[in-house]
Ligand binder design. Structure first.
Ligand code: UDP
Length: 455
């Protein structure tokens, strides 16, 4: 069969942390001979530049401004479900009419309605999980009724098979404070309820990383769970000189060339790179503590902070001079991969965590919400590649705490041990995606099954 006949639509939720891994997956499929088209909203589609895959818009009902136009997350998700189902169906018909029929829809787990679209059209459906398998296992336990929500007020620790004991504040935030994020939790739970209906359940992780082996095995008994990650452009992982050097999607304009010029003036492994993700919403108080904590660490730092002119303490930039650089957005991977970087102060979004891990950069975790606290727990206690900051009684990471954790991640015996572990995990991540590695083979198997037309 002509590989061009094996066409996959990869549907991404329109946020940076979702488009990146899904676009990367589409590129991997294209590199293995499938025709891959990334579908995302009108509002984000022009931010994508990935020559090996097709890019097509569908509608979420808010074509001018996306999510920000909606009055709430519930309203947005409901609109996306209705209008998205219709426009995704139209897209599949359009491809059929043009002689490039779609065989499978790989869809973001935040868009569970795409399963019905695929089923109605009689094509394969595969969900793509943008979190770790450990996080998946938690939601699975909720779906099975093994963990009931909301947690009782007196519950301080949750003990679940295969997972380290989790303090209340380690849990994904829809679980630790379910009432505040009902729409988000409902969207996730809807997906977990129907996972057995998918033809494949892809997870942006790799076998060695998921130490919850028993749970992974149990989940596999229920759904076709397949690890395909880390979804990081290949040049950074399997070291192909001509490999892919960027995700190919940026919802903001990066100031990367200035950053690289600045980094080139700094000694190897001396610089702290700080970023709190694409949806960062840090309070003024917290920004102030981070700023003075970075300064107190006495190291050069590169910090990504949107609207820094409004948020930074007065006189801060003057006081740090050439030692610090603050930008509103950059090509994170390019900076993290630079030899001058010695530490990553991160919110522990799953992509950032995989990037830090895959590039072997020691991490200091300053988390906010969703899966970030649990990812940070694994960074410190399971993979031992970083240090978690603790919040004070009003929920702030103080400058002293940040400085202490940076020193713990970079200096002395603890810093050495973290560096050794970071190197180990970098190698394991690389081998998973390199030719013949576990994730690479898993993707090959999917491609072969699709080319053969059977599952
Ligand atoms: N990112 C980037 N430039 C920046 C900050 C972040 O390219 O200045 C990318 C980063 O590499 C990652 C994504 O944005 O792939 C953020 O995803 P993550 O899951 O870490 O966090 P989220 O934004 O979803 O909270």
């Amino acid at each position: 069969m002509d590989s061009q006949e094996s066409h996959v639509i990869v549907l991404a939720y329109p946020a940076q942390g979702h488009i990146n891994p899904l676009l990367q997956f589409a590129k991997r499929l294209a590199s293995k001979g499938l025709k891959a088209t990334l579908a995302t909203t009108y509002y984000t589609v022009n931010s994508i530049d990935a020559p090996t895959v097709g890019v097509e818009p569908i509608s979420d009902g808010f074509d001018e401004g996306g999510f920000k136009q909606a009055s709430s997350l519930d309203v947005y998700l409901e609109s996306f479900k209705t209008v998205g189902s219709r426009t995704l169906t139209e897209l599949v018909f359009k491809f059929k009419a043009s002689g490039s029929p779609v065989k499978c829809i790989v869809y973001d787990s935040l868009l569970p309605w795409a399963l019905d679209v695929a089923r109605n059209l009689g094509i394969y459906a595969a969900v793509f999980m943008t979190t770790s398998a450990s996080i998946c296992s938690m939601f699975w336990q909720i779906d099975l009724g093994l963990l009931s929500l909301p947690l009782k007020p007196q519950t301080a620790t949750v003990s679940l098979p295969g997972l380290p004991p989790l303090g209340r504040c380690d849990l994904p935030s829809p679980m630790s404070e379910p009432t505040s994020q009902t729409a988000y939790l409902e969207a996730i739970m809807e997906k977990f309820h129907s996972l057995n209906e998918d033809d494949w359940v892809f997870c942006n992780s790799f076998e060695d990383l998921e130490t919850v082996k028993k749970l992974v095995k149990a989940m596999r008994g229920k759904w076709p769970l397949v690890m395909v990650g880390p979804m990081v452009p290949s040049a950074y992982l399997d070291q192909q000189i001509d490999g892919d050097r960027a995700y190919g999607a940026s919802l903001w304009k990066p100031t990367s060339s200035q950053c690289l010029t600045w980094l080139a003036t700094k000694p190897p492994r001396s610089v702290i790179y700080g970023s709190f993700g694409s949806m960062e919403n840090i309070s003024a108080e917290q920004v102030e503590e981070i700023a003075w904590g970075l300064k107190a660490s006495n190291r050069p730092f590169l910090w990504v902070l949107k609207e820094s002119e409004k948020k930074l303490p007065t006189g801060f930039l003057n006081s740090v001079g050439e030692t610090g650089m603050v930008v509103s957005w950059c090509n994170q991977l390019e900076e993290l991969a630079h030899q001058a970087i010695g530490c990553f102060v991160t919110h522990c979004g799953w992509n950032s965590t995989l990037e830090g891990l895959g590039l072997g950069v020691p991490m200091v975790c300053v988390t906010e919400r969703t899966d970030q606290p649990m990812n940070a727990k694994f960074v410190e206690d399971v993979w031992k590649v970083g240090v978690r900051t603790k919040k004070d009684e009003v929920g702030i990471v103080t400058r002293e705490e940040l400085e202490k954790c940076i020193r713990g991640a970079m200096d002395g015996e603890s810093g050495e041990e973290i560096k050794r572990n970071a190197n180990k995990w970098r190698e394991l991540a690389r081998s998973a995606v390199s030719v013949g590695g576990t994730s690479d083979m898993n993707i090959n198997e999917f491609v072969v099954k699709l080319l053969e037309g059977k599952k």
